[in-house]
Design a protein around this ligand. Sequence first.
Ligand SMILES: [Zn+2]
Length: 415
Amino acid sequence: MSSVLDRFLRYVRYDTQSDERSTTYPSTAKQLVLLRDLARELRAIGLPDADVDAFGYATATIPATVANPNIPTIGLIAHVDTSPEMSGADVKPIVHRAYDGRDLVLPDDPSLVLRLADNPSLAEQIGHDIVTASGTTLLGADNKAGVAEIVTAAEYLLAHPDTPHGTIRIAFTPDEEVGRGTTHFDVARFGADYAYTIDGGALGEVEGESFSADAMTVTFVGFNTHPGYAKGRMINTIKAAADFINRLPADRLSPETTDGDEGFVHPYVVQASVERTSVKLLIRDFQTAALAEREARIEALAREALSRFPGARLEIAVEEQYRNMHEVLVRHPAVLEYARDAVRQAGLEVRSSAIRGGTDGSRLSFMGLPTPNLFAGEHNFHSRLEWVSVQDMEKAVEVIVNLARIWATPAASSA
Ligand SMILES: [Zn+2]
């Protein structure tokens, strides 16, 4: 029986980088290579219905071992794509055995060193085996650790039919990193009552809160003409947009000046030309109502800038991205409660934190499938210094198995 580590080392060698500029689904065809191989692997371990649908979602069913129709069907979800921000091609994973606090130098770029001093969570890993990439790529623990943990838990449950559990559905998804992981996800067809993404960080983490998020585009429209003959006619929106950006708060309400429960406003892309300049902004807060206040303030700042450029006009577009999953999960307290029980039964302390971002679960929760996020052991996401510990991955497998068992207890049937 292959271990979670063997699987993980196999999956990270697939280049599954997604691409936000792509208009196809999935955004890159190479994700399908892993998704299809995962379906094949799930069939091979004994899940005959494992398959990949027209959009690339790989799903499978672990049949119940207890004949009680009241046991809810639970979903386990992980994404196969890796971040467009960092190469995921030719990943060469390295297992650093028996970590003792030493510096871990990444051989393909020795200037990259994973140090205990910079990574306080490594202090919990003494004696464990740490997996990193080799220095030129990310590792892909986000979220292939979760994929490996789910497949290994499935294999365990199939090998131990004496473990009581209800029906469990598995989904491996593409394009999470480009915010499209759930675009074509068919919640009704998936058929789970509740689900968990296995895509979190430190050991014991149970995440039931995420940001609420909008994307806002502020566009200045002006007038371009030959610059030699432009007097009194040209309206240069590059200058209007610069004026607007200058009015945005720099010392607060920014990603670089906030943490904890504070939200922010984040200009992250500018497309500029004399006649038309667009500024794209991310609007984030844990309180959904605060988004509209922030957006009204942004619009007011844009109008102030606009007033200095007579003849220019403004176009504002706001797009909902995702909402704080807490608003849904609060109505289904058992979902988080059982996750915490599963963590404790594995001998771990529960860590509850709010995600300063969104997960596929944020969207799925609002699509009718309450889906918090559980730890997978991922650290330093999207970075060449990404790492995961083998022992954390093994604990995640144990937590998933516990969770399956807990949902089959009599109390859960009425959840
Ligand atoms: Zn992820």
